[in-house]
Design a protein around this ligand. Structure first.
Ligand code: 5GP
Length: 115
């Protein structure tokens, strides 16, 4: 059974967010605490809590995250300089919201992945 998350409330417009893309499967919105000039969260509309919960039936929707990421990067003019896509899973990665999401970060040189 899926429990509501803060992201599902954003997806269903129950709470506000700066949504930059939405379709039947995916919603993308600006991170409330951006870590880069462009910081967008790309989220499946269905709740998958973590990468550990990914099943074969999710493969099409998770593949679509990349199509949407590339489209948004182009719209923000960061596709040529580049950007980083991050998916955190559980405590050691610092996952805070247990609704699968991809961070799209860019708009400046991001430095090494882990310092
Ligand atoms: P995680 O650490 O789970 O990978 O990332 C969660 C992200 O969600 C964080 O970067 C955090 O700033 C963002 N976030 C948390 N709550 C909200 C919210 O209510 N609205 C938006 N737009 N972003 C949020």
């Amino acid at each position: 059974m899926n429990h509501d998350t803060i992201f599902s409330k954003i997806i269903t417009h129950k709470i506000p967010a700066d949504i930059v893309y939405q379709d039947k499967y995916i919603t993308a919105f600006k991170d409330i605490m951006p870590k880069a000039p462009v910081h967008i969260l790309i989220v499946p509309n269905i709740i998958i809590p973590t990468v550990n919960d990914v099943k074969m039936c999710h493969e099409p929707i998770l593949g679509k995250l990349f199509t949407v990421a590339a489209k948004i990067a182009k719209q923000h003019g960061i596709h040529e300089n580049g950007y980083r896509l991050i998916i955190n899973c559980n405590h050691h990665a610092g996952q805070e919201i247990f609704h699968f999401h991809m961070h799209l970060l860019g708009g400046k040189y991001l430095g090494p992945l882990i310092e």
